[in-house]
Design a protein around this ligand. Structure first.
Ligand code: CMC
Length: 427
């Protein structure tokens, strides 16, 4: 066996047409098709990337059949129940859980960079107050590319890490300001006495004229949401960030492109769509009708919060969020939440239905997160913005990783052209 990249091994065996087979540490092997066009004048065709490994990555691993999710090798269940968000962010960004000094150094850096520049705050006033928070976030994060002129040499490790920390540090304030601006409330700045999750809550819900008391149960719940959404290997938004980064684009612009992709209802926008769906269902009696519609090929309706490109089993994040949702509802005296009752019954009915069984469609991370966020006081238009705050850690981890992969080059897929063949103007 010979070495290819840092971590890829080339297998001794090849495909029948002589293409190398590459091995990672776990998961399916991959056929290296890079020479196919040159050798056989053939392209591979894989719209939607169903069978394509677009890159080498050592950050997150999903076993979709087993319903397993690992961050840097650690099961999500262990991280979500035993670690804080800053520890998990450090793990994803730098590869290891931090020792206590590393953790305090990391948190100090977050605190150093979490304020928004005054001129950034002035951008908000250019948006309509009824703008979707994700629209505002795409604009504001993209605009950060115009700042930090003294540290924009992204070939340097130091500038790469500064940009990554800046993004993680500022994102809660950017998201919270997109909400407070929408309701006309003056923004609250970060409070460096608070941890990352509590700080987000105080910036979201605190009023400038009174102290905000952090509820530890709610702070732990938002921390859990952040951990569970922090990374998910080559999902659409992360792939977008990586593709933008492959051209050498500015990291703030790359992350803005990730936010734009996350917004779609097939991706991060699903948590908002789930809540709308549950509210439309109204009562558990209407569930059979909804499930019928979801199965009807002539109806575009899908059961939101169900199904996943990679999981063919229960999304482990959905199980953790369902448990946290139950705890938070009990803590807030909302045990009889009609939304939760509808969601639980919808899950039960769908999981007993042949259509969902055959297609291996299970609840995904978005199925319960909207109920949890709503109970905590988040308006539904902020759900995807919360997801974006969490996923920023994944985006910057992938951006940092790509910057270290010198051999990757620019992402430039080919196509199967089906347009007109050569023709000429009549005149
Ligand atoms: N309701 C009803 N049928 C479904 C659903 C659903 N939620 N999801 C998939 N199917 C069917 C689909 O119609 C197709 O049937 P057929 O084989 O007869 O054509 C089959 O299952 C396979 O679906 P697909 O669209 O080929 O699968 P995909 O991997 O392209 O899509 C998905 C994955 C997540 C976009 C899709 O399951 C979906 O639209 N789910 C609802 C939206 C949602 O919850 N999105 C959040 C995803 S998790 C969070 C994140 O990654 O951001």
């Amino acid at each position: 066996m010979t070495k290819q990249y840092a971590n890829i091994v080339v297998s001794d065996t090849q495909t029948p047409n002589g293409l190398p087979i590459l091995k990672g540490s776990i998961g399916p092997d991959a056929v290296d098709v890079r020479t196919l066009l040159g050798r056989q004048n053939l392209l591979t065709y894989d719209p939607g990337f169903r069978s394509t490994a677009s890159c080498e990555s050592a950050i997150t691993y999903i076993d979709g059949e087993a319903g397993q999710l690992l961050y840097r090798g650690y099961p999500i269940e262990e991280l979500a129940t035993r670690c804080g968000f800053s520890e998990v962010a450090h793990l994803l960004m730098y590869g290891e859980l931090p020792a206590s000094e590393q953790l305090s150094g990391f948190q100090c850096k977050i605190n150093e960079y979490n304020l928004l520049h005054d001129q950034v705050l002035s951008f908000y006033h250019g948006f309509r107050r009824d703008a979707h928070p994700m629209a505002v976030m795409v604009g504001v994060v993209g605009a950060l590319s115009a700042f930090y002129q003294d540290s924009q040499d992204y070939s340097r490790d130091e500038d790469q890490h500064k940009a990554a920390i800046r993004l993680v540090a500022k994102m809660p304030a950017i998201a919270a300001a997109s909400y407070t601006y929408s309701i006309g409330r003056p923004i609250r700045h970060p409070d460096n006495n608070l941890d990352y999750a509590s700080n987000f809550l105080q910036m979201m819900f605190g009023k400038p004229n009174e102290p905000y008391h952090v509820d530890p149960v709610l702070a732990r719940a938002i921390e859990m949401i952040f951990i569970l959404h922090a990374d998910h290997e080559q999902n659409a938004s992360t792939s977008t960030v990586r593709m933008a980064a492959s051209s050498g684009a500015n990291p703030f612009a790359c992350v803005a492109s990730g936010i734009a992709t996350l917004w779609g209802p097939a991706h991060g926008g699903a948590n908002e769509a789930v809540l709308t769906m549950l509210e439309d269902i109204g009562s558990p009696d209407r569930i059979p009708e909804i499930v019928r519609r979801a199965k009807d090929k002539n109806d575009p309706f899908r059961l939101m919060g169900f199904g996943h490109r990679v999981y063919r089993n229960y999304d482990p994040r959905a199980a953790l969020i369902r448990d946290t949702t139950r705890q938070v509802l009990a803590h807030l005296g909302m045990e009889n939440s009609p939304l939760m009752a509808t969601a639980l019954e919808l899950e039960r009915v769908a999981l007993e239905d042949d259509y969902f069984i055959e297609k291996k469609l299970y609840p995904n991370v978005d199925f319960y997160s909207g109920i949890l966020l709503r109970a905590m006081g988040f308006p539904s238009r902020m759900f995807t913005a919360v997801f974006a705050v969490a996923r920023t850690v994944g985006w910057v981890s992938h951006w940092l990783e790509l910057k270290q992969q010198a051999g990757h080059g620019i992402d430039r897929p080919r196509q199967l052209y089906t347009g007109p063949t050569l023709r000429h103007l009549d005149k």
